[in-house]
Design a protein around this ligand. Sequence first.
Ligand code: PLP
Length: 415
Amino acid sequence: MNAQPIVGAASPYDVASVRRDFPILATTVRGKRLAFLDTAASSQRPLSVIEAVNHYERTSHANVHRGVYQLSQRATDAFEGARERVRRFLNAASIKEVVFTRGTTESINLVAQSWGRRLQPGDEILVTWMEHHANIVPWQMLCERTGAVLKVAPIDRQGELDLEGFKQLLSPRTRLAAFTQISNSLGTMLPIEDMVRAARAAGALTLIDGAQAVAHQRVDVQALDCDFYVFSSHKLYGPTGLGVLWAREAVLREMPPWQGGGDMIRTVSFTKTTYNDLPYRFEAGTPHISGAVGLAAAIDYLEGLGIERVHAHEQHLLQRATAALREVPGLTIIGEAARKGGVISFLLEGVHPHDLGTILDAEGVAIRAGHHCAMPVMEFFDVPATARASFGCYTDEADIEQLLSALATAREVFG
Ligand code: PLP
């Protein structure tokens, strides 16, 4: 493959320079160049994020919101500054709408346990067949508790959502439609604008799982017109252990607190406890302060590169890699939707995905093998697992070449 620079509005996307921002990409694995193709599971961190966390730890750490001393003020400013950074990034109307959580999973559990508490027997939650377990199991647990019913919108063999099927499952009993923006197992970009519109017309709220999208395309929660948007910092070049629940203020205001403890209260007595304002009412206990600082630095980094340019770069790689993989004898791509993010699931005839992952690892290629926390998708395609390569802002043509060459080795081994 010839390396072709992607020409954006400003200057060509310089992936070599982007790669130099990520120290880990210079490490070798088993004596080989590292081809990191597992960004969908967790992205790597640029030096600016590592340094922002380091700087905070060295100069500013104390607990937030409680201290009158200067260090605590500094930590509070850093933490609340990060919240404002997230607000701007999502184009949220107010910082009151930005709740820090431990990740996408916790954000969805928060909605299920707080907002979901009001559900009545017979109420319906609508998800799709291609959700991550994080957007299935909390709703199943909620249904068990409340007598609500979980409905599942169908998908087809291409890995596309059946939009008509989705619309038909919306009913006057649908309280929430919760769906992913990009499938982590198939790469499918769902028609979320149409889905939000249809759900809203049916009187349902919408939750978008942005875990696989937010680092790869511009997200504007006001333009999306959804009610909840959730994502994890660690898939956005930020630290692990931190995530965001964005929720429309009017919706959040009606939700009861879910975890009790410090910071989420205004006053506590044994006769009556009153709760804090938004968003603190949903943030019990000491938060992941350095994580928030790192997330803000990650957003700065990504916006410095230009999300649109990163998107174009990843789409270019997706097309190149898809075309090349189609030429590999015995290889089948699982998920051939018309619009995809930088995720390719595949099978190699005669090789279990786990064995393939091991052989590729020996060649320095890090891919994921397994059910990708999407067992219903595996069941639908009647496979136990797939191999999955996924891309980020630092993925380059050499990574794809290394994957192809490692696949050739795997074919020889299992030939
Ligand atoms: N939703 C999707 C689409 C994902 O891809 C993932 C992680 O892979 C999650 C939810 C869960 O994210 P986390 O483990 O960061 O909570």
